[in-house]
Design a protein around this ligand. Sequence first.
Ligand code: ASP
Ligand code: MG
Length: 408
Amino acid sequence: MALTEFEAVPAFEHAPRTPGLVVMKFGGTSVGDPEKLKRVAQRLVAARDAGNKVVAVVSAMGHTTDELVALAHQVSPTPQERELDMLLSVGERISCALVAMAIVDLGQLAISLTGSQAGIVTDSSHTKAKIVEVRAHRIHEALGRDEIVLVAGFQGVSADSLDVTTLGRGGSDTTAVALAAALGADACEIYTDVRGVFSADPRLVANARKLDRVSFEEMLEMASSGAGVMMARSVEIARTHNVRLNVRSSFEDDEGTWITEEDDPMLEKALISAVVHQREETVYRARGASAATLFGALASANVNVDTILQSTEEVVFSAPPEDKTAASGALESLGATWECRDDLGKVSVIGAGMKSHPGVAAKTFAILEAAGIAPAVVSTSPIKIACHIPSDQVDAAVRALHDAFELA
Ligand code: ASP
Ligand code: MG
């Protein structure tokens, strides 16, 4: 998705910087079992002992969320979204209560809060709610009592219905960044199972390089083009509210990757920073409805549209595979003629340097062609070239591009 296509960022107020206040977020693998939960507690206590005010956001343990989704589908083929949110929000409540218990055993004060108790107020679109406001008074009170505050990630409460909502998969990142903005945190630290942001997925490219710094713009493009390390929306909020963001390992002491402003003098002005990929994305081709009607209907159906290409005869767009039911429903309701392809994935070359260097697109296509790969759809932003290619050629494309652009 091009930068300009992002929806409006929540207009919640951000606080002036509070020195010494830090938001630390731990992902599912970092809280995967009781030992790891205790290690997180130790880290939080260490940060508190170092004199910080500590707010921690935790994800659900390990694969809890996936298991809850599967459980719902064993009971109902089409679980109601309101009830799904009630169910899924439990995962994060479990881990934050457990970490709070472990902290108290280490001799510090701690309190766990649900998203709702922490004042994470959202709209009412269940399973992909957006944060509209952070009413942080309970957090401030707890910090005032010298407590380490554990906030259940990925969830909030709808201002209209007062129902529990969830923020979409990976949403704990968004909770953390929104809290960091609303509390004026010194930094928002995202603790994960990798050492930071890489020049390509290290599971795929053995010599992928950890990046010390990337700009918000690059990170945003990476996150929305398949880099699993952060939820795109959280980066968007961080950029808007200028939250200092650091992605680092829960298990090692490396500094990780800082996500910073584009004019940061420490930022390498690399031509290309990373090659990211998505193995699956559904690509639709539709005729017989105007772009305005079509995308209006897709938006109402909450379809997360990515690439859009329009010619006089047809509109081509892509969306995540999990949105297929919603997208097909919207297209059918308009009476559009349409078809879709499920055999495509996407490889994207991202780098702020391409703004001022022509020829990156030409080189990208030449590399793919030499590898025998023909893009089905191409889309670009000022800092990205994205090619939809057959899913089974994605791995080869990532390796070829990472090599040819010398990112190792
Ligand atoms: N537990 C949620 C998920 O698995 C949210 C998160 O981990 O950020 O998507
Ligand atoms: Mg995550």
